[in-house]
Ligand binder design. Sequence first.
Ligand code: XMP
Length: 517
Amino acid sequence: MTDRILIIDFGSQVTQLIARRVRESGVYSEIHPFNSITDAFLDEYAPKAIILSGGPASVTWEESPRAPEKVFEMGIPVLGICYGQQTMMEQLGGKVETSDHHEFGRAFVDVNKECSIFKGIWEVGAKEQVWMSHGDRVSKLAPGFEVVATSEGAPFAAVANEEKKFYAVQFHPEVVHTPHGAQLIQNFTHEVAGCSGDWTMAAFKDQAIEAIRKQVGDGKVICGLSGGVDSSVVAVLLHEAIGDQLTCVFVDTGFMRAGEAEEVVTLFRDHFNIKLIHKDASKLFFDALGDEIDPEKKRKTIGGLFIDVFEEEAKAAGGADFLAQGTLYPDVIESVSFTGGPSVTIKSHHNVGGLPARMNMALVEPLRELFKDEVRELGRELGLPDHFVGRHPFPGPGLAIRIPGQPLTPEKCDILRKADAIYLEEIRNAGLYDAIWQAFAVLLPVRTVGVMGDARTYDYVCALRAVTSTDGMTADYYHFDHEFLGRVTNRIINEVRGINRVVYDCTSKPPGTIEWE
Ligand code: XMP
């Protein structure tokens, strides 16, 4: 079996980065919330080592999270990070106190002893940069441990029990601001835990296919294909695993980008030979939206109708036992809440969330453990074309949320589609596509006066948006040079009837959102 590391999550904002670093070291890892871990799970998962994440709680509180005791009794290496260090010390007989000396951000540690996780990077006597974020700190070591590095605010910045292979650090090796952090984690997974580092996306693919076959048996699976990267990868992966037991449903809302519907049909039905139902439902969607201009109502109407149409098509295809979804790792982890209260809805995202219960189907979510860039890599591994897996994200409600403040019509969608296609073509020609997280055109409800030839025009304004981002949560507007913007503007005004003015959106997120609605 592949070597695996288990990461026990105590709710840190950066737990995902631990998983990333471990996987970058060629070792498979999964994150599981501390309160979901049973002894039986530990036996079944059979990790080569365990990492305890940081978290917002304080060990000094009465009911703060703890690692299952079994973690320390399995005879495998354990690495505690920040809160993970503190609970480890407390559980193994040490003490933690709330300190006045908080450390947030860049800090330095003095390395005062050799340690297996420092091998090849940190030498005794060196001062090394790390990233700290803590209020509490360890005040008494658990028996069997010794201090291997100290910082001003954390006398026990790194501690170790080499005999048991238990290590615990107050700083965060998983973030890039701890320059040697990745190597430190690799030392833990390779040197200490003895993992071979041979985990690759090809290996993941084989594992995933095996797991899908086991879960699905000879059942039937239905998968909503949107043309986006995640659902495409799910579809192709499932098809490799179970062939014709899979049916894909592509609900064409009429709000797709230029050429997108054709591309989906050609690629999946003709090239991959996947059973695909292509439902052109654009009239239904336009009718359902009517004159609605309220962004939330539009989203709800589209989301609800999408589910209705999907369900109808799935039934017409003979029903299914399973619904496949492209749920990614960040979606899973966001649902672990330690604060209790509900978060504010900024925008209702469109998904097929209500469907499994309504149709009495179990879920197949083969991408649950992957990050977006890993999904792309898996897509390539499965033979999806590069330009397809590298695509910018596209929202479920599509162009409908890029025509704000005005009733939607097929004509307006056509105008927007043309402008958007020109903009993206120019971005590709300029070699900028991959440097940008997302770029698109927006059709504004404003008409302005222009002059073309000798005639007066009175047409719509188009806004161009492009942002850089790593996760869509925050974003900066993309700094095009003016010549590029001028070229795109000229082409749009000359080639798209109905638009006579183009503006560029320089808003970052926050305070703006990426989409206009
Ligand atoms: P916002 O506009 O909230 O967008 O800054 C963040 C990212 O999410 C995408 N987005 C959606 N994706 N369904 C989706 O699948 C939706 O309803 C939806 N709304 C926004 C948006 O394109 C950006 O990448």
